[in-house]
Design a binder for this molecule. Sequence first.
Ligand code: GUN
Length: 302
Amino acid sequence: MTATVIDGKAFAAKVRTQVAEHVTRLKSDHGITPGLAVVLVGEDPASQVYVRSKGKMTNEVGMNSYEHKLDVDTSEEALLKVIDDLNNDPAVHGILVQLPLPDHMDSDLVINAIDPAKDVDGFHISNVGLLGTGQKSMVPCTPLGCLMMLRDHHGSISGMNAVVVGRSNIVGKPMAQLLLGDSATVTIAHSRTKDLPDVVRQADIVVAAVGRPEMVQGDWIKPGATVIDVGINRIDAGLKDDGTPKTRLVGDAHFESCAAVAGAITPVPGGVGPMTIACLLANTVTACCRANGLSEPDGLTA
Ligand code: GUN
């Protein structure tokens, strides 16, 4: 292996420390405690784990955490009422509605009901538009975490060739906007891109966010390039000694082959994943500062 492994877990801990320091100052100097409300509809086990973990880390950095757990057959109207109440609650500075929502709900309608100033996911159409036009916005957490790691590793990414593999609204598209904002030359590729390996081979920075386990291979990578792996995929890994199935967490890049060629790479787990929650906390502090007309923390926004 030649690549430097970018330690997202350690970096996320550093970001959380910065957030905690800012929270301490908000409390002591202004008597304000930032608050994050997380709304979960239904009992999807993976979502429950995420929501618990978000609540715990919110408290650990000194912020207030409000959890709203609604039944899977809650009406859309009832969910919109919860969001309206949170929009009007001055103790709540950030609102996150955990996705996916049950099928009987219109996710776009629900997300666009959140006050854009409290939209710490950065999914509201106003924030999408602000980011796309280079204006101050709330920025989606996963791409923000990727950008922070790239800035930390490279100093500046100005003029670099970046290829984002994946075109989702949550990661691919906002990632491309952020890279462009930092003056990279950006290509958005995806599973149907012609000659995808050749396209990726042009990249100084590859962001793998295509949702296919280990799709990006080592021979797609330009020697010395930086690979940011956003994927989280659980795959079969044979059987345990007792004969029960074993699974393994992998990214969208094939780690071993990519690490043999890349200059730097984020691992899965322990790369982008921990940065996502750290950036959610950072966004909540940012939203709290903006709501109160106070200066924002340095280095925690795009
Ligand atoms: N479900 C999986 N990832 C996310 C995320 O980043 N935000 C929300 N709201 N739901 C998710």
